[in-house]
Design a protein around this ligand. Sequence first.
Ligand code: ZN
Length: 207
Amino acid sequence: MDYPPVAPEEALRRLKEGNTRFLAGGHSLTALDLEKMRGELLSGQHPYAVVIACSDSRVPPSLIFDQDLGSLFVIRVAGNVVGPSQTASVEYAVDVLKTSLVVVVGHSGCGAISAAVKAILDPELHYSPSMDMLVGRISEAVEHDDTFDSAASVDAKCEIAGLANVHHALDNLVNYSEIIRNAVNSGSVKLVGAEYDMVSGVVNWLD
Ligand SMILES: [Zn+2]
């Protein structure tokens, strides 16, 4: 089977269409469809998009984008943060699998974001060492952020931190990795941020 490269714009279009299908109930596959698909994928994977998402069980990328086996290269971690492991995973997808679109998708009501906001508001608060490291990555996103500092409520701060954290994750990918930076600069890869609304099921795309 031939796999022509998928352009970033086409990849984004597929994800948008997939979320629209998800909202309408998603498509269903028969056991035979899945058997055929597994067989076709035995020779290798050609995912057209990388999705970095939170581990939250209510935000599974293949479901919210209504995608089949082999379509998405998914990286999940609480708070959809980007550190060395996530960067290396994206490098593999971009460099080896030639995936052209990388999406970081945050979500409303994120527990990791709430934990980070709590820790920012109470410097005495500490979680486990590993958890402190994770919320630290989220906190970096709103360092010296006047909008965050002046937000009146904890909910408003969580909303601001959630969006800032998506942008911060995208920035980290470019700053940490020469491979990703070069691919973005040459136009062969596009990085996009998004946020999933847990109430409506809609994926909102960020500028
Ligand atoms: Zn979350």
